[in-house]
Design a protein around this ligand. Structure first.
Ligand SMILES: *Cc1c(COP(=O)(O)O)cnc(C)c1O
Length: 390
């Protein structure tokens, strides 16, 4: 029975053009040529200071942490990293997690057990949806403050004991746009709720000091902030920032924190080095900004249907899974890798290629991408038609 169901499921996925597969990426960490798909926005994955700190950390802390944080997995290196991040982001405390997925799911689950009722931006990441314990999932229209208010009011009317927990993202992973932090902050204050922002793609990248959502207006209204070390930091692992009470509560109740092995102290040292580079080398964000402009200028010349994003996430909406895959495959034959995003990751009809830019790209890399696109569109009129503004 189970086997038949799996087979049926696989066949349906394949027929719908939604088949996913794992393919090894053969190039080294510092290679950005022909690669517009990674989240290594500041090219820190291969930064000498980060690598050196990791090496040194391996001598000191070994290749693994040995246990979960509450046992012996939380080293001095973890503690220093937490203090540095808390200081930089302006929170009482930081907790470290093995991944952003675990952090988001764990925090939401723990808060629901004391009466938080999450209300998600519709475009929230899967890890936030997967933190929901009881159905229905409450969600509001993407970046729509008045719909958020309506949903809060209705949740309050249904659940007298519940506290609305508004959940959104600093930078949305599929669209590259940002939540209206000031508006959301004002709304939760007015409604006696809490605000949880997942800034996986913002921290290290956006804002005057590279602090992502924390550099935006109204950031003092953010009660809980999560972020990953897997994107701009160039490593892996994640953090949650909040006040003393919420962090104390997470240490008691957050299952991903309690029952999962900590990342190694060596990694904590490497993340400290990454943080140091983010703080000391703002020019990396400058290069990234110039690369984004170069990309958008070319795209405008070709009249491509880009979403209005100013972040390194630059989605080209194509509209069907087949055509999105066709462009992705055509780019492959030009030695360029960029992934087609299809349902359920994005809504049906908004299938897209999501280009991501990095400070590691050179002008030549971006020029080569657009030369390839021109060649592809020249050969495939239908694809061209699907990619330009109508
Ligand atoms: C990548 C991502 C996560 C998950 O972080 P990991 O550390 O990769 O598990 C969470 N939220 C958003 C918005 C993301 O893009």
């Amino acid at each position: 029975m189970l086997r038949e169901r799996i087979a049926e499921n696989l066949a349906t996925i394949k027929a719908a053009g939604l088949w996913r597969q794992l393919e090894p990426w053969p190039y080294p960490a510092d290679s950005f040529r022909g690669q517009f798909a990674s989240n290594d926005y500041l090219a820190l994955r291969a930064h000498p200071k980060v690598l050196e700190a990791f090496h040194q950390g391996l001598q000191e802390w070994g290749a693994g942490s040995g246990a979960s944080p509450l046992v012996v997995g939380y080293s001095n290196a973890h503690h220093e990293l937490s203090e540095q991040l808390a200081d930089w982001l302006g929170f009482d405390r930081i907790l470290l997690f093995s991944s952003g997925y675990a952090a988001n799911q764990g925090v939401l689950q723990a808060l629901q057990s004391v009466g938080a009722v999450p209300i998600l931006d519709r475009f929230a990441h899967a890890s936030l949806y997967d933190g929901i314990k009881t159905l229905p999932v409450h969600r509001f229209k993407h970046n729509d403050l008045s719909d958020a208010k309506t949903k809060i009011t209705s949740v309050k009317a249904q659940m007298h004991e519940g506290t609305p927990l508004l959940v959104s993202e600093g930078v949305f992973s599929m669209d590259g746009d940002s939540a209206p932090i000031a508006g959301l902050s004002a709304l939760v204050r007015q409604q006696n709720g809490l605000l949880f922002i997942d800034d996986a793609h913002g921290v290290g990248v956006t804002g005057e000091r590279g602090r992502g959502a924390m550099d935006s207006r109204g950031s003092d209204g953010i009660d809980i902030l999560s972020g990953t070390f897997g994107k701009a930091f160039g490593l892996g692992g994640a953090f949650v920032a909040s006040d003393q009470q919420i962090c104390d509560y997470m240490v008691q109740k957050c299952r991903h924190l309690i029952y999962s092995t900590a990342f190694t102290g060596a990694q904590a040292m490497a993340i400290q080095a990454s943080l140091g580079v983010i703080q000391a080398e703002p020019e990396r964000r400058g290069i990234l900004t110039r690369n984004i402009s170069r990309f958008r200028d070319y795209a405008a010349q070709l009249q491509l249907r880009l979403l209005p994003s100013s972040t390194p996430i630059q989605p080209l909406v194509i509209g069907t899974p087949e055509l999105a895959l066709r462009l992705s495959h055509a780019l492959r034959t030009e030695n360029i890798r960029c992934i087609a995003m299809r349902p359920p990751t994005v809504a049906k009809g908004t299938e897209r290629l999501r280009f991501t830019l990095s400070a590691g790209h050179t002008e030549t890399d971006i020029d080569a991408l657009f030369s390839a696109l021109v060649r592809i569109f020249h050969q495939d009129k239908e694809l061209h038609e699907a990619c330009v503004v109508r």
